[in-house]
Design a protein around this ligand. Structure first.
Ligand code: MSP
Length: 633
């Protein structure tokens, strides 16, 4: 039996997947189910990436030992995938003992082949991406080109991988295997990097310990990306269980997001070349999702747990929507409004009505799948379209063109609805002499439903099962049953409640409640706009009186001169840091438009600015003479 090995990236364990990152795994699940349906021996791998500085920092912030932190989160990832009905065959964790041994074995082999040397790395590191960058790659001088966050300068003695040595071999591989990286425009990005020549990369770190120790030099831990990439072979037994390994390797497709393409399409293949293993057959780098037009971020409140969406709309509707509306390979937007439109139009209306009308008519007139008689004009058209749709379906699915595959299936569904209007079975039902013709029409419709149901089975498994149940047909049909005429007359047909409920958007409570970018700016990121800053009226003031407030350890009463704005009384918590006489004559900065407040019964008509730590406090002043009342901006 032919095999098919499909992988997702292993997810950084520090934050649980949102609808955007879950996308990779949902699509991988659809691919895995499709190949199982074709009869392949499928191995579908996902897992968690648990080493590295980012995870270590996250564990520390949570006040937990890294291993305990990872154990708890890994369990949550596994539960999420179960809840989303993901059918992975293995869940690898990079803290698995076997994986750690495999990483060391692999790196040792790279060393033995003369591909690893010691040197000094001086450059930039982005912790969230766990990536090294050169000066010329940074954005605005200090921002990571992948995530846009600030990078850290590091200088360390590291082990290096001679990646540069593999430039030519990689170029040759790209040339000889034009489908190695897809989509084409992503391949071209990689080719451009290759044409400029690859540079050696640092593959170890010494500044923290949360990683796989370097063979024979435990002061160094192996760079998390090297560790992580090896998961694709350690999970299938390399090097201890070579039977399984040889059964499934090379991977048929590594499914990844676009931002991690160079790790998968350049570094990973070079690593495999270094140890003499075959390269994966394909790397498919998909685009990124936004949510309702906005970048996914925790602070915007749109980093939605995918379960919230599947609980509200159903797992199948979400899977359908993701494949139908987001063209695989390109960036796309998850829009809840568009999701609702798709549910109403494509699922409730086109598919739901088709199944409902047909099964209801069969139940009323026959009870069972009727026997078809001879075909007439529209019957032939329907059959031909169904057969063509099946052909196109395979072509599109095998080439990761999911949107097109669904488009074609829905053309068939819509034509079948039109076929009902053309053949008018409700009229045939009234005429006892037309019973055979009615049987033929309804058989053709049921057979079309069966084909549609099988084609959508990898994408909408629950809907497909439910439809097959209604047709009285077995659920376990395979791709070889995707031909006209397989449905057996006599099966008991049931029409149940609508497959998909229509949604009235006016009465519907949506899942995604997004904060506006302004809210995000102020509340969450801590930035304010220049207009907001300008609302604060900062002025230079001269202290003209100062005395400690009676019965208060902290408070001092000041009178300040604000020039044309007059004099003000300010009550300030500075008594433990200044004596009154020190203050008189000082030029300080005050907030002149603060709403007056009472402190120990005394009105304070402003606030002075001071820099303070726990033990000391210093007033802000200006560095030379200037008129009291002068604006500070
Ligand atoms: N740990 C690395 C992968 C190592 S594989 C040897 C990693 N992990 S991740 O958790 O950051 O990303 C997991 C997957 O989610 C990646 O495929 C990534 O591209 C994808 N996505 C994360 N946010 C996304 C969107 N907003 N949209 C679509 N996919 C995105 O990278």
């Amino acid at each position: 039996m032919a095999k098919f090995y499909v992988t997702t990236p292993i997810y950084y364990i520090n934050s649980e997947p949102h609808i955007g990152s879950a996308y990779t795994t949902i699509v991988a699940d659809i691919i895995a189910r499709y190949y199982r349906f074709l009869g392949y021996d499928v191995y579908f791998l996902t897992g968690t990436d648990e080493h590295g500085q980012k995870v270590f920092n996250a564990a520390r912030a949570a006040g937990k030992e890294p291993q305990k932190f990872c154990d708890e989160l890994a369990a949550r990832f596994e539960k999420l995938w179960k809840d989303l009905k993901i059918t992975n065959d293995n869940f690898i964790r990079t803290t698995d003992e076997h994986h750690i041994r495999t990483v060391q074995h692999f790196v040792k082999k790279m060393m033995e082949n003369g591909d690893v040397y010691k040197g000094t790395y001086e450059g930039w590191y982005c912790i969230p991406c766990e990536s090294y960058w050169n000066d010329d790659e940074l954005i605005d001088g200090n921002k990571c080109p992948s995530c846009g966050r600030s990078v850290e300068k590091i200088r360390e003695e590291n082990y290096f991988f001679r990646l540069s040595k593999y430039t030519d071999r990689l170029l040759k591989h790209f040339e000889e295997n034009p489908d190695f990286v897809e989509p084409e425009f992503r391949k071209n990005e990689m080719l451009r990097i290759l044409e400029n020549g690859l540079k050696d990369i640092s593959i170890s770190r010494t500044t923290f310990k949360w990683g796989v120790p370097m063979p024979d030099d435990p002061e160094h831990v192996i760079y998390v990306w090297i560790d992580a990439l090896i998961n694709y072979i350690s999970a299938i037994g390399y090097p201890d269980n070579m039977d399984t390994f040889e059964r499934y390797w090379p991977a048929d497709v590594h499914l990844i997001g676009k931002e991690i393409n160079r790790f998968h399409s350049l570094i990973w293949p070079a690593m495999l070349m270094s140890v003499g293993l075959p390269l994966p057959r394909k790397i498919y780098a998909h685009g990124w999702l936004t949510v309702n037009g906005q970048k996914i971020s925790k602070s915007l409140g749109n980093a939605i747990d995918p379960r919230k969406l599947t609980e509200k709309y159903g797992n199948d509707a979400i899977r359908y929507y993701l494949l139908r509306d987001i063209v695989f390979g390109k960036d796309g937007d998850f829009s809840e409004d568009n999701l609702i439109t798709r549910i109403n139009a494509d699922l409730a209306n086109d598919l739901g009505n088709f199944v409902h009308r047909t099964t209801a008519m069969v139940e009323q007139n026959f009870g069972n799948v009727p026997k078809p008689g001879s075909s007439e004009g529209p019957d032939i058209q329907l059959k031909e379209l169904a057969v063509q749709t099946v052909d196109k379906y395979h072509e599109n699915m095998k080439n990761y063109r999911f949107t097109q595959a669904l488009d074609r299936i829905w053309e068939l569904v819509r034509f079948a609805n039109k076929y009902i209007d053309l053949t008018e079975p409700w009229k045939l039902a009234k005429d006892p002499t037309k019973k055979e013709r009615l049987g033929t029409v309804l058989y053709n419709l049921l057979e079309t439903i069966r084909l549609v149901s099988l084609m959508i089975s990898p994408i909408m498994p629950e809907t497909s099962e439910e439809i097959m149940r209604r047709l009285g047909a077995p659920h376990n049909m395979k791709a070889e049953d995707l031909k006209w005429g397989v449905l057996k007359p006599g099966l008991l047909v049931k029409h149940g409640k609508p497959l998909f409920e229509r949604i009235d958007p006016r009465k519907w409570e949506k899942v995604i409640v997004v904060k506006t970018p302004e809210e995000e700016t102020v509340e969450n990121v801590g930035y304010i706009t220049i207009d907001e800053f300008k609302k604060v009226d900062l002025r230079v003031a001269r202290v003209i009186e100062a005395e400690k407030v009676k019965n208060s350890k902290k408070l001092m009463r000041l009178k300040v001169d604000l020039g044309k704005m007059g004099e003000r009384q300010i009550i300030a918590g500075i008594s433990q840091h200044y004596e009154p006489q020190e203050l008189i004559g000082k030029t300080i900065i005050v907030v002149a438009n603060l709403k007056p407040a009472k402190l120990m019964g005394l009105e304070s008509q402003g606030m002075l600015l001071a820099a303070s730590t726990e033990g000391s406090l210093k007033l802000l002043t200006v560095d030379d003479e200037i008129e009291p009342g002068t604006e500070v901006s």
